[in-house]
Design a protein around this ligand. Sequence first.
Ligand code: AMP
Length: 468
Amino acid sequence: MTAEKIRQNALRYPERTAYSCGGRSITYGRLWEEACKYAEHLKRITSSSVIIIASKSPETVTAIAACLISGLPYVPLDPAVTPARLEDTIKLSGAELIISDEKLPGPVTCCSLGELTGCRKTAKSEYTGDTAYIIFTSGSTGKPKGVPVSRANLENFVSWISSLEPLCGYEGITVMNQASFAFDLSVADLYYSLCGGHTLISPEGTLPGDYENVLGTLAKADAAVMTPTFMKMLLLEKDFRCEYFPLLGCVFFCGERLDAVTAKKLLERFPGIHIINAYGPTEAACAVCSVEITDEIISKYPLLPVGEISSAATEIRIENGEIVLRGKSVFSGYLGEETGGYFSENGVNCFRTGDLGYTENGLLFCSGRRDNQIKLNGFRIEAGDIENNICKIPGALQCCVVPVCGKGGEAKSLTAYVVAEKDVTAEYIKAGLEKLLPGYMIPKKIVFLNSLPVTRNGKTDRKKLMKL
Ligand code: AMP
């Protein structure tokens, strides 16, 4: 169905740009033609999932479309993935093929999209599932957690996002993508655009650092999908206002808390702009509910709502203070042995999100986490993931990672409290971590302690560490 929608757009708008990044673009006509060609090759050379090192390029989008057409699940990975994470991902996903512009060492065949047609390979395993893609997120055990999202989950998400006001009323608009294709937020812009016949554009660089490029791209966009953190960085620019960005009519936020100050500033600079605050985890295809944030909502609710229950993509309920999802959007369990919050209820997929929440006037509010999952600059991080990796470094004996929070409770940076052998230094720990984890997971500060504080029931006292 998702692939069929792209095919229909290729028939209707063959000359329209489907995707563009850094001056390189691909039309719907070519995207479909090329993707079909590569889909045929993919089916010939593998029957397992396909890792795509997802740089922002027309080739990456073509590779994604080729996987959708071939029926093989794709595993998008950020180009900055470390060899250790890549190895874990290969093992867990069973991938036999990596599509990448760069040659990567490893046990599986690695080729660029162009080289794919020359690949010969005998498939080892037969893939029979209905997974559309597998996104890897931080796992509390120290290994990435594979979240397979089925075609049915994805289709449910696409119909939901395409029916949202004002997104449903747009025709042939330009949408800006911010997130890496390896993170679930990009599912929103990628599929809303490709299935709706819109043009998706990505800036070549990112923030902070490349304002010129990002603002230049945003100036062409009618709508944008981004994290609140990204918007906060945009708002630092005085010229980010409607006079200079007259096209921008809608911003879709998801992935972390949108605070009232940011929403208010955006409405002041862009009167009449549509601000959509959406909520959901990777485990339920990116987002399951949303609400438009208006001046009225801001003045009524200091903690902004994250969605209207009545128009959610899946059933939402609160159980012992925790947000639980049930139904069509929900995945059917992690790869491997990880169980996490997944469960089945009379054959229907359910997910205990770990998010604390409540409902009021038909609106959902997300008030925090019940575990040690941290959202830092939009990145989902399990404290345990970093802790387990620190303990892999020789000389590091024990550790606990906590967020350093701003006034609104949002994580600003991470600090690792480490018990280590005598000569171990912070630089040594950071250098060790660089080989194991992506940059955004490396704590800014490493503090050495003789021992970690413990609560009365014998657990590490995280709250105490957060107050240090
Ligand atoms: P991810 O799987 O990376 O999309 O992260 C999902 C988690 O991000 C959720 O379980 C929430 O903790 C958080 N999250 C997503 N959307 C929102 C939102 N609108 N407001 C607050 N937290 C959010």
